[in-house]
Design a binder for this molecule. Sequence first.
Ligand SMILES: [Zn+2]
Ligand SMILES: [Zn+2]
Length: 298
Amino acid sequence: MVRTAHHVFLHTMALIDLHTHSTASDGSLTPAAVVRLARERGLAAIALTDHDTIDGLPEAIRAGVEEGVEVVPGVEISARHPGGSMHILGLLVDYDDGLLDRRLAVLKQARRDRNPQIVAKLNSLGIPVSLDEVEAVSGGGQVGRPHIARALLERGAVRSIQEAFDLFLSNRGRAYVGKFRFPPPEAIAMIRESGGVPVLSHPFTLNVHSVRELRTLLVDLKRMGLAGLEVFYPEHGPDLEGLYRELAKELDLLITGGSDFHGDNKPEVELGRIACQGKITHELLDALKEWKMRRDPA
Ligand SMILES: [Zn+2]
Ligand SMILES: [Zn+2]
């Protein structure tokens, strides 16, 4: 195909989204439904980046072929970071060779073990809630603390969901069980070993309070293999966006952007309609592909 300058312009400026969630983690739409919505909203490409799992990718990729939307295989891994939360996106991962799946299985098992541990602690505190009750209120899908809170409310052990968290389930609660998380170097390494581009998501959730501290942390992460920074994000606003863009430039990190769409589970974020959507264009994805290709030439 002969590509005219106009074609190239349309391609690089097409709107995309490099951060979305489906029912494979805590989104409310199935992977195929996320892709369909992306087509309806005029997005040329989306990355499906479910928390700690790549289970939704085959369905999303198939839907992408049907809908004519480019689906970027991705994942969002939670890494250990005391004082805040550190999420690392893996974009353009090789998802079908089993390697990444095996690494992520550790997290799946940890998540499965966690609910019984919390329930056992509650039982030892004299609250006779059962795992069956918790699963009954969850209605299938990932089961977690919000469902345990609802089960406690339903059996009258607490007066509100908030109270369930305050007394028992929050990290200061009496039945708290810590989550297993990979140390950052491990999370980054497993993304790179799977052919992916590691990108730090929404840097503000690190809870780092000075620019100097953030720069130091980013330098460390880059040394571990971090390749990019999520600059465009609904909650960043112009100031943070400007700061992150500067830091990305200074530290030679790729720039990405995404909505962190979760469907009805985060209703304030609408796919394809976030304030910074106009800045999230296909040329960001082209730069990620170039980085990946330079790293492992086919
Ligand atoms: Zn995140
Ligand atoms: Zn996310």
